[in-house]
Write a protein that binds this ligand. Structure first.
Ligand SMILES: *[C@@H]1O[C@H](CO)[C@@H](O)[C@H](O)[C@H]1NC(C)=O
Ligand SMILES: *[C@@H]1O[C@H](CO)[C@@H](O)[C@H](O)[C@H]1NC(C)=O
Ligand SMILES: *[C@@H]1O[C@H](CO)[C@@H](O)[C@H](O)[C@H]1NC(C)=O
Ligand SMILES: CC(=O)N[C@H]1CO[C@H](CO)[C@@H](O)[C@@H]1O
Length: 636
């Protein structure tokens, strides 16, 4: 007899339903299980109009549901991932927090960080160390030393911007090398000794990249040599042919091996007797060390032109104006001019990399003029011709460059949406959604009714990606794309992202690798180019088809921008819920803003921390007379 099934004590008869119902039943069960496990589609998690409305009417009601934890059905009970070291910094808009993870390509940071305020960033790319050797001469003039420090700072900045971790070595490292005593006893001439000490210091650091402090990266970020050097794998000890002894790379064991081999050279058996021969080594094209080695000890790469070396030969043959001043009495002046010259060549390299010029992206352009001040300021300075003691000169690695022409500077245009080309440098300003609401709808305050009835969600993200992704892409797709542009290793060197709420940009020089012009000549561009500051490029043309607002409306925009900044900063218990509400209403815009803000905060923290670690060594901002943060007294 079959078992009798009961429910609440009543007997029930079980009978298999017909086949087609079995299938339907299976589908229903599958749907229920899927929904339970993975949660409903994400847009359902976004608070509804009713919820927002209720919160506004009754501030005492529980808060709006928090951001959707898209793939985390058991969200609230999960543990937050542990907080990573140095992943917070303070700002006037509260704490900026981030979490670095491989899974950063996620439309909502909070689905991984489980924390609305913590942005999910890509893992930090490790910076390969790059070394230079600098030893001030004894009893050097103070002005000369300062000028050299300034050059070292330029060296560090340029390599930092290219993704390296530049460090200035000195005799202190060489002394730690076990071979130091032996070299010192040899009593070599100054030139040969410096070269060998340089290798000892490098050997002590266990290999890597060793470059001269007058060798600068002057090429696009994806230049083959720079890309190779960033990979941090140097299978064979190598030098670069036309650069003499300016660039070497190799691994620890190889460096150690050649140092040993060089010091075992028969010439050193009796250094005194071989004095002349040893002194001659210095004139070898790869420096004294190379003269002590044989060909098979080192590879020679002759196809690399990503690095510009300002050797004394190059300076005296190509940059005569500067070399004339590098004599005893005006040496400091000469070095300062050399620094300005190098800065101009770094800037020129940037300008020639982006042949289509600069784009300042201004989505929703009707009422956002005041939002763009900072971006346009930076863009104009970037397109301005750099000041230079020899204005029409070219960097040593690109003698056929096209010098900057003040009457025909790099193009600078406004665009309503981002473009996908690597020859155009874009500057974007991401507003907080609250800021955007005030400006775009020309309001002085926002309330729930207005937000719900009159505003569209996530307008900024939609407008900013219109040209790239068309009209049909989803918000998730758009915000992911923006994150790629901001942070992916391939795209991030093509654009700069500011948040509208941060008013000053202190680390631009370290992002670009050169000092932006901060002084401009007043005169109109003249045909003959003179040394010193060049005229400032004009404002970009207004966008076609967009009415240019009158001055008084722009003044209103400025006031609103100020109000929005105050509101976002505010911890007031009446203000905070409104800002929160606007954030929840615009999840994608908020996500883009948080991401960009955390990205630039992390970059800044990384740099400041590193500057702090390096304070004891040569070439820091402090030693070069630059106040951390501003341009210091070396403004042009
Ligand atoms: C520079 O000074 C050094 C030593 O102080 C001297 O030997 C040299 O001749 C000077 N050179 C010039 C160009 O004055
Ligand atoms: C942007 O351009 C690159 C290369 O030209 C291409 O691979 C990529 O798919 C483009 N992206 C979009 C969104 O069009
Ligand atoms: C750009 O140049 C102007 C002067 O021409 C200067 O006032 C401003 O501070 C500069 N901005 C940046 C970001 O360098
Ligand atoms: C600047 C800063 O906060 N540095 C800290 C980074 O994290 C390490 C390890 O937790 C600390 O020792 C630093 O002080």
């Amino acid at each position: 007899m079959p078992a009798q099934h009961t429910i609440f004590g009543r007997p029930v008869r079980l009978q298999m339903p017909p086949r087609r119902f079995q299938l339907l039943g299976a589908i229903v069960v599958f749907l229920i299980v899927t929904l339970t496990l993975f949660g409903p589609p994400s847009s359902v998690d976004i608070p509804t109009v009713e919820e927002v409305k209720d919160t506004i009417k009754n501030p005492h009601l529980p808060k709006l549901p928090s951001l959707p934890s898209v793939h985390s059905p058991f969200g609230p009970s999960a543990h937050k991932p542990p907080i990573q070291p140095n992943s917070t910094t303070s700002s006037s808009y509260g704490v900026v927090e981030w979490f670095s993870d491989f899974k950063w390509r996620n439309p909502f940071s909070s689905s991984v960080t489980l924390d609305e305020n913590r942005a999910l960033l890509p893992p930090r790319k490790e910076r390969p160390p790059i070394y230079t050797y600098y030893e001030p001469r004894h009893k050097q003039d103070k002005a000369v030393e300062e000028a050299e420090q300034r050059l070292l700072l330029a060296w560090r900045r340029a390599w930092w911007a290219q993704g390296f971790r530049p460090q200035v070595l000195s005799l202190a490292e060489a002394i730690k090398n076990p071979y130091y005593g032996r070299v010192q006893r040899m009593q070599l001439d100054a030139k040969a000794e410096t070269e060998i000490m340089r290798w000892l210091a490098w050997g002590f650091m266990k290999g890597g990249i060793l470059v001269d402090w007058l060798a600068f990266p002057m090429a696009p970020y994806d230049d083959p040599l720079l890309t190779f050097m960033r990979r941090k794998e140097y299978p064979k000890l190598t030098r670069i042919q036309p650069l003499n002894n300016a660039v070497f790379f190799g691994e620890d064991a190889q460096v150690e091996k050649v140092i040993k081999k060089a010091l075992d050279n028969p010439l050193f058996k009796d250094p005194n007797a071989n004095k002349d021969k040893i002194a001659e080594l210095g004139s070898n094209e790869g420096g004294a060390m190379i003269g002590l080695l044989t060909e098979e000890d080192m590879d020679v790469d002759s196809k690399a032109d990503g690095v510009a070396y300002y050797s004394s030969e190059a300076i005296s043959s190509t940059y005569k104006t500067v070399s004339e001043k590098l004599t005893n009495t005006t040496q400091a002046k000469g070095l300062n001019e050399l620094a300005t010259l190098i800065n101009s060549h770094l800037h020129l390299t940037f300008q020639s990399t982006f042949t289509d010029g600069l784009a300042v992206v201004k989505p929703l352009p009707e009422h956002t003029t005041a939002l763009m001040y900072e971006a346009i300021d930076i863009a104009r300075n970037l397109t301005q011709c750099p000041a230079s003691p020899i204005p029409d000169s070219c960097p040593p690695n690109r003698p056929k460059c096209k010098p900057c022409n003040p009457s025909h500077t790099q193009s600078l245009q406004l665009m309503t949406s981002f473009q996908n080309t690597s020859t155009l440098y874009s500057i974007g300003v991401i507003p907080h959604p609250y800021t955007l609401c005030l400006l775009h709808y020309t309001r002085d305050a926002i309330d729930g009714n207005f937000l719900r009835r009159e505003t569209q969600r996530d307008q900024w993200v939609l407008a900013a990606t219109k040209d790239l992704l068309g009209d049909d892409a989803s918000g998730e797709h758009r915000v992911l794309h923006l994150k790629e542009m901001i942070a992916s290793p391939y795209l991030r060197s093509n654009s700069l992202w500011l948040t509208a709420e941060r008013e000053s940009q202190h680390d631009l020089d370290w992002i670009f690798g050169f000092q932006l012009p901060r002084i401009a000549a007043d005169s109109a561009p003249s045909s003959s180019v003179s040394p010193g500051p060049q005229p400032r490029p004009d404002m970009p043309e207004p966008l076609k088809g967009v009415e240019v607002p009158e001055e008084r409306w722009i003044v209103n925009e400025e006031t609103r921008l100020h109000k929005a900044r105050e509101a976002i900063k505010s911890t007031d218990k009446n203000m905070r819920p409104i800002v929160d509400m606007v954030e929840k209403w615009n999840l994608y815009d908020t996500e883009a803003w948080r991401f960009a803000r955390a990205w630039s905060a992390r970059r800044r923290v990384e740099r400041e921390k590193w500057e702090e670690e390096e304070t004891k060594f040569a070439g820091t901002e402090r030693k070069a007379g630059v106040q951390s943060g501003d341009g210091g007294r070396w403004n042009d």
